[in-house]
Design a protein around this ligand. Structure first.
Ligand SMILES: C[S@@+](CC[C@H](N)C(=O)[O-])C[C@H]1O[C@@H](n2cnc3c(N)ncnc32)[C@H](O)[C@@H]1O
Ligand code: SF4
Length: 377
């Protein structure tokens, strides 16, 4: 852990709350999600979350949480009443009109009513569409059809959601360029405010890693990206982060806080947090297994970041943003003077990978982002 007097202690704060259950585990997914066996113990999990939050919020001043994200797993397995209760207990610490997002799986949206989620205080919805091809949805082990995604989207609109994101993936098994473009066109036709377009990655220990599907070819993936980026831009979706596209003023504030190295509390099974203290930056994590979390929601693992890790951690987030950030933000958020990396930065400027006037990747650096970030790790 390092000592610093220069971390800006007015760093924005957000809250992530994890809901670890899903109807079924998708074969590509390595999130902390567990197939639900039996009935959901909603009251039990809520009790654990309330205890967890009570402790984490002890030193959080009123009006300081700028955004809340209910992620999963599948938060939409929980009732609107559960979110109303949680948000009610958070009302003092949240800023008025904070962005409050809930992830929803289109296969669970018949369980509960969108209008009630909206009335509970959720004002942004993130729907896991993944694809608009029923063949792909089947391969991806999804529990919904393309029609059900469109139906959920329509229900979200009539339920009062004016800020909706659709999650889509590309480079799917055996996918062709025109199939990926069909998915994007179908998403754009619904006119969501935000689209997250992720390249499918085969994660270790998933079903897809054990039994690899036939993947889209490299040249097809290149074609998908070239045509996909142009299609999204023409439809008015600006790529502001490597996988995130938004219409005017609909960027996800919660994720922007991660990417600008803001602070966040992480509550729920397996949730991670980051807090800046006068003595340095601390990462927190909660027990991953729902059973262990339920037994001891107070348990928190804390890990201080070493000074030598800070530049890498910062770059891993900030360089994902297409506009990057200012050089000043680096020092404000890490407490480390930019001079400690300015020589390395200049080398990358000379290689055409990063900008001279801003902490941002050039278009060339952005195309090779993973290896660019590696240079700081
Ligand atoms: C936590 S999940 C979202 C919500 C909900 N559980 C669902 O699937 O409908 C977040 C998103 O990450 C993306 N994702 C998950 N695993 C991925 C992988 N292996 N490669 C690329 N994207 C992935 C999916 O688009 C998914 O919707
Ligand atoms: S529904 Fe979402 S979180 Fe659950 S297993 Fe599938 S991708 Fe993962």
């Amino acid at each position: 852990m390092y000592q610093t007097g220069s971390i800006h202690l007015t760093i924005p704060l957000s809250l992530y709350v994890h809901f670890p259950w899903c109807v079924r585990k998708c074969p590509y997914c390595d999130f902390n999600s567990h197939p639900l066996s039996g009935t959901l113990d909603e009251a039990g999990y809520l009790r654990a979350l309330q205890r967890d939050l009570e402790i984490q919020l002890e030193d959080v001043p009123a009006n300081s949480i700028q955004s809340v994200f209910f992620g999963g797993g599948t938060p939409s397995l929980f009732s609107p009443g559960a979110f109303a209760e949680l948000l009610d207990s958070l009302s003092d610490v949240m800023v008025p009109n904070a962005e409050v997002t809930m992830e929803a799986n289109p296969g669970t949206t018949e369980y509960h009513n969108f209008q009630e989620y909206r009335a509970a205080g959720i004002n942004r919805l993130s729907l896991g569409a993944q694809s608009f091809s029923n063949v792909q949805l089947e391969r991806l082990g999804r529990i919904h059809s393309a029609f059900e995604t469109s139906e959920s989207f329509a229900k979200a609109r009539t339920g009062g959601f004016a800020n909706v994101n659709l999650d889509l993936m590309y480079a799917l098994p055996q996918q062709t360029v025109s199939e990926a473009i069909f998915d994007l066109t179908s998403a754009i036709a619904l006119a969501p405010e935000h689209i997250s377009w992720y390249q499918l990655t085969i994660e270790p220990k998933t079903e897809f890693a054990r039994r690899p599907p036939i993947l889209a070819s490299e040249s097809a993936v290149e074609g998908m990206e070239k045509r996909g980026h142009a299609l999204l831009a023409d439809a008015g979706y600006r790529r502001y982060e490597i996988s995130a596209y938004a219409t005017e003023s609909h960027q996800c504030l919660h994720n922007l806080n991660y990417w600008t190295f803001g602070d966040y509390l992480g509550a729920g099974a397996g949730a991670h947090g980051k807090r800046s203290r006068p003595t340095g930056i601390v990462r927190t994590s909660k027990p991953r297994q729902p059973r262990l979390y339920l037994a001891n929601p107070e348990a928190t693992n804390q890990l201080g970041l070493a000074e030598c890790e800070l530049a890498g951690e910062f770059m891993m987030n900030a360089l994902r943003l297409s506009d990057g950030v200012s050089f000043e933000l680096f020092t404000q958020r890490t407490g480390v003077p930019f001079e400690t990396i300015s020589e390395q930065w200049q080398t990358l400027v000379n290689q055409g990978l990063v900008c001279e006037e801003r902490l941002a990747a050039t278009p060339l650096g952005y195309r090779h982002l993973d290896s660019l970030i590696q240079r700081f790790l």
